[in-house]
Write a new protein. Structure first.
Length: 90
């Protein structure tokens, strides 16, 4: 991506931080293809698109809330278009 090319040193810093703080439950050869950096971002309930595998999150700062929700029994957009219909038990 353009931001990665324009801010190569920052990208390398993020990768180095991840390598130095690798979660012990993940194998060291676990691949990743993207890094997202957000500030003051509050997303609506949504489904991520084009994810090629599991996601890893790390949050920094002083904030409240910020829960990440996951619905393992989500049947997907072909069967359930509106994600607001997902219940906490799904």
């Amino acid at each position: 991506a353009r931001a990665t090319r324009e801010h190569r040193a920052f990208t390398c810093l993020l990768v180095r931080w991840l390598e130095d703080n690798w979660p012990p439950e993940l194998p060291r050869d676990w691949p990743f293809t993207s890094i997202s950096v957000n500030c003051d971002y509050a997303a609506k309930r949504h489904r991520d698109r084009r994810n090629a595998g599991p996601s890893l999150w790390k949050c920094f700062g002083d904030f409240t809330g910020g829960q990440l929700r996951y619905w393992p029994r989500d049947p997907g957009p072909r069967k359930l278009k509106d994600v607001s219909a997902l219940r906490e038990t799904d």
